[in-house]
Structure formats: C-alpha cells, structure tokens
Write a protein that binds this ligand. Structure first.
Ligand SMILES: Cc1ncc(COP(=O)(O)O)c(C=O)c1O
Length: 404
C-alpha cells in the first residue's frame, strides 16, 4: 500500500496561509479585564438590535418561505437597487444595480477577486502598510506583492508609477483602502485620487478599491471614490454593511461595472456558496429601507467613534513617552502609533501582562520588517477604558525601555 506524507496531502497553496495575529489575539481579549485595541470590532452597544428584530418579523410576515428559499447568486434585486441608489446619492454619478454583486462580507469579495485574477506567482500592488485580511485572502492564491510608498495623504502616485515601470511580471491589480485606511487611519487626498486613477489607466492596471469606512467620517466632507472617475482601467469597488449595521449579518457588496469581470465573479461566487443568505439580505434591506432612520444610525456611530478617537488622541498625547507619534484620523476605526526604537511585537508581550493589547504594525507590511508601528482600534472600548488602556500602554513602553 503506498502512502503519502501529511504535507503532500494538502494543496501547495496552504503552505502560504498564515495565521492571523488578529484572530489569535481575539482569544486573549475574551478575558474581561483586558482592554483591547487589537481587533477591528464595531461597538456592539450600537447595533440596532430591536430594529433588526422588528425587521426579521416583518420579513417573515411579508415573505414567509420566500425569505428562506435559495435565491440568485448576484443578490436579491432589492439590495442591489438599494446599494446602487445609495452610492448614486452620495457621489453624484449613476451607479447601476446590475453592476452590484452581494457577497458574504467584503472579505469574501477579496477572496473572489483573488480567485478570478490571480495565478501562482502573480504580483498584486499594495499600499505599504496594507490591510492584513486582504493579504491573507490573496496569499491563498500564492501571490507576491509589490508595495507602494505612502505618507499622511495615502499612497504616493509617483511611487506607484515607478513600481509599475519596473514591475516584472506586470501586476494583476492595485488594491487600496482610500478612506480611513486599515491599519493607519489615513485617507488618500482628493488631489491624489484622480492621479492614481490616471496612472492605472496609463498602465492598464485594474483597481480594487476597498471602502468599508467611507461612511464613518467625523469631520470634513466625503471625497469621491476612485470608481466615480471615468477610467479605461476597470475598477472593482467593495462596500460593506459590517461597520454601518452589523458585521454578523455578513452583508457586503462589490460594484463591478466591467461586464467581463462581473461575469467571472458571479461564477466564482456560485462555486463558493451559491449566494449570500437570502434571509440576511431581506432583513438588511427591510431595516435599511427607512432611509432617515438608517442615516441617523450611521451618524450616531460616527459621532460615537469621533468621541472615542478624540479621547484616544488626547490620552496618547498625555501618556506616551517623548518621541511617540500617532495619526489622528478623520474617520474610521483605527489609528497608527509609531514608537521609535521599539519592537512592538516584543512590546505586546509586556502590554498583555498589563492587560492591554493592540496589533503590532509589522503584520501589515507584506515585504519588510517595520517593527516600530502599532495599530490601535478605538471603536470598541468605552471612552473610560480607552483612557485607562492608553495609560497602561504608556507604562508598558516605559517598562520596555527600562525607564519605569
Ligand atoms: C479594509 C477592510 N476590508 C475588508 C474588511 C472585511 O469586512 P467584512 O466584514 O465586510 O468582511 C475589513 C474589516 O475589518 C477591513 O478593514
């Protein structure tokens, strides 16, 4: 009888899969006395639980078994229309319901994009640093990364141009998070948006624009998404209900004006899970249909996070040792702290003992060891805990440096 080794039983692509530090850390944060700036969890006390319960009953009364039946891969028509209309209203250009594909969280959207674009060894262009979940999704397709420099206004178009001129093999797409980026909280400036589109258009490079935080703006006005520019380079836009309603619904969407890409995504989605949950889509739509209540809810979330961001920034200014720098994002759920000459992976060990956790920045750099950064989430902890947690963090840094 012939046998094969355990390793050979698995597909080669599994060798590229890495455990998510964030998921691992969520286990630690289950302990009640730990203050977590680690995960990317929305504030659960803001979930509209009662309104969702009412929406569930209305869906069952109105639709009965139809809400529990298989449905089409693209998503229920009501949801696709709602998304197209919302984007049209926000950005003043027409978005068609036909270009919307409902997915099971934008994380599934990233996986499907990987599935239809990436062969082993292909290049993807990323911001440096970039969203860890996207790196995880693309890793499954045995991809490699080219990184573009960023500053406080996001990705640098000149750096993108240089990367593309030298790229071999030429990359399959650029992936970016232009609003309140995960992990840095930075936003791609208005002036750079069109430049990025034009550079990609010049090189014929598709863009994958991931925008989970755009609606959570605390100050200033909305900037147009890249997909709102006329472009010969195809753009796939990802939005999600996770941060404006509840992540457990797993309702998110891709907007794919390019017919050929969309057809391939639909087939990939069909093979993956046939369609997103019919019931969850109807409930989401039922809840979201009351536009005024929905908008008021999103405003409440943004106002709450704005206060938490403010407390975190003030506490950092108060409790961090000399030399520590941090971003003060105008929206979203994260800010980025740079602690010069500190390896934040080591620091996490000390801070975990002090009962405060964060994500070490090195995890967000696919190709380099940048050890002095950390991502702090400010959406999930109360204002009081944010202050206590940042004070503990300041203490942990002093312990690390031997000055405490
Ligand atoms: C940039 C980015 N993209 C995608 C996701 C995944 O969101 P979803 O819950 O829609 O899968 C997240 C979640 O934190 C994110 O920060």
């Amino acid at each position: 009888m012939s046998t094969i080794s355990r390793a050979a039983q698995f597909a080669q692509r599994t060798a590229h899969l890495r455990a998510s530090t964030i998921r691992e850390m969520l286990k630690v944060t289950q302990q009640p006395d730990v203050i977590s700036f680690g995960g990317g969890l929305p504030a659960p006390e803001l979930f509209p639980t009662e309104a969702i319960a009412r929406a569930c009953s209305r869906v069952m009364e109105r639709l009965g078994p139809a809400a529990l039946q298989y449905s089409v891969t693209e998503g229920i028509p009501e949801m696709r229309v709602w998304i197209a209309e919302r984007l049209t209203r926000r950005f003043g250009r027409i978005f068609e319901a036909e270009s919307v594909q409902i997915v099971n969280g934008s994380q599934q959207g990233l996986d499907l994009v990987g599935k239809v674009f990436l062969d082993p060894g292909d290049h993807v262009v990323l911001e440096d640093p970039s969203y860890l979940g996207a790196i995880q999704a693309f890793d499954a397709y045995q991809t490699r990364y080219l990184t573009v420099d960023t500053d406080e206004d996001g990705l640098l178009p000149d750096s993108l141009e240089r990367v593309l001129e030298r790229a071999d093999p030429f990359p399959k797409f650029l992936y970016l998070v232009p609003n309140f980026q995960n992990p840095t909280g930075r936003t791609l400036s208005g002036r750079r948006r069109e430049k990025v589109v034009r550079v990609c258009e010049h090189f014929g490079l598709p863009i994958v624009e991931d925008d989970p935080y755009g609606e959570l703006r605390f100050e200033g006005s909305d900037l147009p998404p890249l997909i709102s520019y006329e472009s010969a380079a195809p753009i796939v836009y990802l939005g999600t209900g996770s941060k404006i309603m509840a992540p457990g619904m797993r309702i998110a969407w891709l907007v794919i004006p390019d017919d050929e890409i969309r057809e391939k995504i639909v087939l990939a989605k069909q093979g993956a899970d046939l369609h997103s949950g019919t019931f969850a889509q109807y409930v989401f739509h039922e809840y979201a249909m009351d536009g005024d209540a929905f908008d008021a809810h999103v405003r409440t979330i943004a106002q709450t996070y704005a206060r938490r961001r403010g407390v975190m920034a003030e506490s950092l200014a108060e409790f961090m040792p000399e030399g520590v720098r941090f971003t003060r994002p105008s929206g979203g759920m994260f800010l980025w702290v740079t602690v010069p000459e500190v390896d934040t992976t080591e620091l996490l060990r000390i801070s975990t003992e002090s009962k405060v956790v964060f994500v070490p920045g090195v995890n967000f750099y696919p190709g380099r060891n940048v050890n002095d950064g950390m991502r702090l989430n400010f959406s999930n902890a109360s204002e009081k805990n944010i202050r206590v947690g940042v004070e503990r963090l300041g203490h942990a840094i002093r312990v690390y440096k031997g000055v405490s």
